[in-house]
Design a protein around this ligand. Structure first.
Ligand SMILES: Nc1ncnc2c1ncn2[C@@H]1O[C@H](COP(=O)(O)OP(=O)(O)OP(=O)(O)O)[C@@H](O)[C@H]1O
Ligand SMILES: [Mg+2]
Length: 597
């Protein structure tokens, strides 16, 4: 038998490798820009024709290469950036595999022009499909330019997969802008078909973010800055109001590398704590700095992904950093802004009978101004437990004496620093009860009170299945409930302090609504990030819906204060479990405006 195994010739091996590194013109732009950055350039020019399908050129004013290096750079595994495997652990450069240039050269017609700072002349190398055609001396400025024409001219199958000029160019813009965010101190130019598309002078991060994302710091972008456990997070997040259905730009940079990371994306969403309208995405750009030894950069052919040694810590930190920044900003929707989507009201409710409503321990006193949790910077770290109220401006005594009024037995008005907020009492209370139920299910089962007379409840076939499924969760919420066989259960205990039991009507209503809501539950990123299962969400929402205080109920000052306090202690204070806004802010400036002051 003759031998079958053969070593592949270099050009074929390179073309195969190119399949992984070179996905589309944008991935080439990224690789070449990375090389220019590694070369210490402070100005990088990217020129594109026909979305990169026709030509792509990246030129820089970096260190350049010698004649010999220019030839070596086009060989596989030729790199100046690492010498041993250990170097990977402390990698500060983008490149390390020595694959990008040969891979790109294998699938295009490429020209490399370069000159070292102190060399009298430069070098030009022309390569076609990976084979060097010509090497010559040239005169040029310091730095390097790589130009390629006819991408995939020799791999027609790949060429067919390229998308339209516009699409390919959009990907290039994404790559260039992301790199430009990672390196604000480098100037970037981008030209398409001879037209200047981007011209970014050397700058600072916030200035560049404003140029690229078209945001204004303080108006629609909120700065993020936080440092803990040796990890630094900085950048900005877009205000929820500016979230969009599509076209939101989300850039993640880890140790100056532009990467994609789903879990981090979720962690950012979670930081918004339900503030984001459903189906809309925020723009953001976050940069993580972390000890290189804690990040594995060698997990993806085009280095678009990284892996972290201690993922959980990092996600937690990101969520926290985003949350704190949003809290620090004046984030409550202004009156008249329709920013929150209102979910269809899922159930009809019979008004519950009058019950005394008790919340927290009230204090009494005068009427100072309340510092609204989210209008305050959290940087002092001295926050009143759970509420996010900054204690620099307000001590606990003061908080209890904030001015509050009830309007039409429906809304609570509270005096805040720059105006006032109106809280929908019913919806806000739903959020509080929902969070409590979730907490009972996840960590602390509720305490129960025994019923004097156990109650037998009958359900329909469909309903009894739902009850049986929900039983373990209901127990955690404080219901004592036993399966009696057939369609019957016996209830002998209910959650302590439950305000609406109505001889079991509550449970019947909840089960009916759950049966209706069964198909309707979608899993939002926030639920996923908080690890709330759809069935937990469903049960906690209907429970909150049916047991909350209602429109029409009069509240005492102490009850109102306690409600505000508890609302801001929840994880997602601005939306009800059904997606309705819990409060709006009416700014002093808006009132001033109306008075034409
Ligand atoms: N713009 C440039 N300026 C100066 N030197 C460059 C430039 N581009 C490439 N080089 C040199 O050529 C070598 C090969 O580049 P290439 O991108 O193929 O590999 P790499 O950057 O080392 O690793 P990777 O494949 O991970 O990108 C680099 O190590 C560097 O020494
Ligand atoms: Mg490289």
């Amino acid at each position: 038998m003759p031998n079958k195994i053969r070593i592949l010739p270099d050009d074929i091996a390179n073309r195969i490798a190119a399949g992984e590194v070179v996905e589309r013109p944008a991935s080439i732009a990224k690789e070449l820009i990375e090389n220019s950055v590694d070369a210490g350039s402070d100005r990088i020019v990217v020129e594109v024709a026909a979305g990169g399908k026709e030509s792509l050129r990246v030129s820089d004013n970096g260190c350049g290469m010698s004649h010999d290096d220019a030839l070596l750079a086009l060989e596989r595994h030729a790199t100046s950036k690492i010498q041993s495997l250990d170097d990977l652990k402390e990698l500060l450069t983008h490149g390390f595999r020595g694959e990008a240039l040969p891979s790109i050269a294998a699938v295009s017609r490429l020209t490399l022009e370069t000159r070292l700072a102190d060399a009298v002349e430069g070098t030009r190398v022309s390569v076609v499909g990976g084979r060097v055609q010509d090497v010559s001396a040239i005169g040029r400025g310091q730095g390097t330019a790589v130009t390629l024409h006819g991408l995939f001219f020799n791999v027609p199958a790949r060429r067919k997969f390229l998308k339209s000029v516009d699409t390919e160019f959009r990907h290039i813009v994404n790559a260039v802008t992301a790199m430009a965010m990672a390196y604000p101190e480098i100037g970037f130019d981008l030209k398409h078909n001879g037209r200047q598309v981007l011209q970014l002078g050397r700058s600072r991060f916030d200035r560049r973010a404003e140029q690229i994302f078209g945001v204004r710091y303080g108006t629609d972008a909120i700065g993020v800055e936080s440092k803990a456990s040796g990890i630094e997070v900085r950048g900005f997040v877009g205000k929820p109001e500016s979230a969009r259905k599509s076209g939101a730009q989300q850039v993640l940079i880890v140790n100056n590398r532009w990467v994609q990371h789903k879990a981090i994306g979720f962690a950012v969403y979670e930081g918004y704590g339900g503030l984001l309208p459903k189906g809309l995405a925020p723009s953001y750009c976050l940069c993580l700095s972390i000890d290189p030894a804690r990040v594995d950069v060698n997990v993806h052919p085009s280095k678009r992904e990284v892996r972290f040694a201690d993922e959980r810590t990092i996600y937690g930190l990101i969520t926290q950093a985003v949350q704190q920044s949003l809290r620090g900003a004046d984030l409550i929707p202004e009156m008249g802004d329709a920013v929150m989507p209102v979910a269809d009201t899922p159930v009809s409710i019979a008004e519950s009978p009058e019950t005394t409503y008790q919340l927290g321990q009230p204090k009494v006193g005068g009427q100072p101004q309340m510092a609204l949790p989210l209008t305050m910077r959290m940087s002092s770290g001295k926050t009143k437990r759970g509420t996010g109220v900054n204690t620099d401006d307000l001590d606990e005594e003061d908080f209890a004496r904030v001015s509050v009024w009830q309007l039409h037995s429906k809304y609570i008005l509270a005096h805040i620093k720059n105006g006032l907020i109106a809280i929908d009492q019913q919806v806000a209370h739903q959020r509080i009860l929902y969070e409590r139920a979730i907490d009972n299910m996840h960590t602390r089962p509720a305490t129960s009170q025994r019923l004097l007379f156990p109650l037998t409840l009958d359900f329909s076939v469909k309903e009894i299945l739902i009850v049986r499924e929900a039983m373990p969760l209901l127990e955690k919420m404080g219901f004592g409930i036993r399966d009696f066989g057939g369609h019957t259960v016996v209830v002998d205990a209910i959650p302590m302090g439950l305000r609406t039991w109505q001889d079991g009507q509550l449970l019947r209503d909840m089960v009916r609504d759950m049966a209706e809501a069964e198909q309707a539950t979608s899993v939002s990123p926030s639920l996923q990030a908080r690890q709330i299962a759809p069935e937990e969400h469903r049960l906690a929402s209907v429970y909150a819906w049916h047991t909350s205080i209602r429109t029409g109920e009069d509240l005492s000052t102490e009850e109102m204060r306690a409600l505000i306090d508890q609302l801001f202690a929840t994880r997602e204070p601005f939306v009800s479990p059904y997606g309705r806004p819990t409060l709006v802010k009416i700014g002093l400036d808006e009132i001033d405006n109306r008075f034409k002051r």
